[in-house]
Write a protein that binds this ligand. Structure first.
Ligand SMILES: [Zn+2]
Ligand SMILES: [Zn+2]
Length: 282
C-alpha cells in the first residue's frame, strides 16, 4: 500500500486531508476507493474512470424509486415554497430528469422549468431552461438526487447559484461509521453514478463557503438560502405536516378551514401555450 500517494488526495469540498477507508468493485469491474475527509466528513471516490460507462443510461435501471420520490417531493417542496418562498414567480428543477417533477409542480400551479443536459425531457416539453431567455434568474432552484453524482461539487454548486440564490436539494446524508457505509444502498456500486457523499458538516462547510444559511431535515432534504427561517416555520417545513400545530388548533377551535393560498393549476394555460407554439410552426 502506497500511503504517500493516498495522502495526496485532498477533500474536494474543504481541501483537508482524507483517509481511504473502503474499496469495492464498481460496475462489476472497476476498483474504486472511498476517501473520507478528516475535517468535513465528505466522502469521495477515487478518480471515477468508470463514469462514462455509468452514464450509458442517464437514469439507471435501479432507480425504481423515481416515481415515489417525486410524489413525496412535490408535497414537501410545495409546503416549503408556501411557507418560506411564497413570492417565488419562476423556479427551476436542475438535473430534472424526464421532467416529471416540473410537470407535477406546474399542475399544482408552481411555475417550474426543467434543466438536464443528460436526460431527455419527456414530461415538461416547452418548459425547459432552453425555452427561456438566456441568463434568466430563478427565485428558487430545486435539485434532487444530484449532489451525490457531482464529480466537482463546489464548481457545480457555484453554477447552480448563478441560476438562483436559493437551492432546495435532496441527497441522503452519509452514515457516520465505516461499517454502516459499507452496507449503505446509496453507495450503489452496481451503477457507479454515486461519487460524492455528504455529512451534515460538509453541508455546513458549503453553506459558509457560499455565504448562505443551511437548513436540513437531518436525513435527505436540505435548503441553502440567504433567507433566515425561524424555528417554528422550519419545524413546519420539515415536519411533513401541511399545517402547523397552531393552525390545526385554530381549525379545531373555530371548526373552519384555515385560509389557504389556493394556487390555480397551470395545466390549462400550458396546454394553450404549447398548442399555439405548435400551430405557429405549421
Ligand atoms: Zn472536507
Ligand atoms: Zn443517484
Amino acid at each position: 500500500m502506497n500511503t504517500q500517494v493516498e495522502n495526496m488526495i485532498n477533500c474536494k469540498i474543504c481541501n483537508s486531508t482524507t483517509d481511504k477507508f473502503y474499496s469495492t468493485t464498481v460496475l462489476q469491474k472497476y476498483e474504486a476507493d472511498y476517501y473520507k475527509c478528516s475535517s468535513c466528513g465528505f466522502i469521495q471516490t477515487s478518480e471515477p474512470v468508470w463514469i462514462k460507462e455509468a452514464y450509458s443510461s442517464a437514469i439507471t435501471s435501479l432507480d425504481i424509486g423515481l416515481i415515489q420520490r417525486n410524489l413525496e417531493l412535490k408535497v414537501q417542496v410545495a409546503n416549503i415554497i408556501d411557507r418560506v418562498f411564497a413570492d417565488s414567480t419562476v423556479m427551476i428543477d436542475y438535473g430534472g430528469g424526464y421532467g416529471l417533477f416540473v410537470r407535477m409542480m406546474r399542475d399544482l400551479g408552481y411555475n417550474f422549468y426543467r434543466q438536464d443536459i443528460y436526460c431527455e425531457n419527456l414530461f415538461a416539453k416547452c418548459f425547459d431552461l432552453e425555452d427561456l431567455p438566456a441568463k434568466t434568474k430563478f427565485d428558487l432552484l430545486t435539485t434532487f438526487e444530484v449532489f451525490e453524482h457531482l464529480i466537482n461539487p463546489v464548481e457545480e454548486i457555484a453554477k447552480m447559484l448563478t441560476l438562483s440564490e436559493t437551492l432546495i436539494f435532496s441527497t441522503v446524508l452519509a452514515p457516520d461509521t465505516t461499517a454502516d457505509f459499507k452496507t449503505w444502498w446509496y453507495v450503489s456500486p452496481l451503477t457507479g453514478q454515486h461519487v460524492a457523499f455528504y455529512s451534515f458538516r460538509t453541508l455546513e462547510f458549503l453553506a459558509k463557503k457560499f455565504n448562505k444559511q443551511l437548513y436540513s431535515n437531518g436525513v435527505n432534504l436540505h435548503i441553502l438560502t440567504a433567507k433566515v427561517i425561524d424555528k417554528t416555520t422550519l419545524d413546519a417545513v420539515f415536519s411533513g405536516e401541511k399545517k402547523s400545530f397552531s393552525e390545526k388548533l385554530i381549525r379545531r377551535i373555530f371548526n373552519k378551514p384555515v385560509q389557504e393560498a389556493k394556487k390555480q393549476s397551470l395545466l390549462p394555460q400550458d396546454y394553450a401555450f404549447i398548442e399555439k407554439k405548435l400551430l405557429s410552426k405549421s
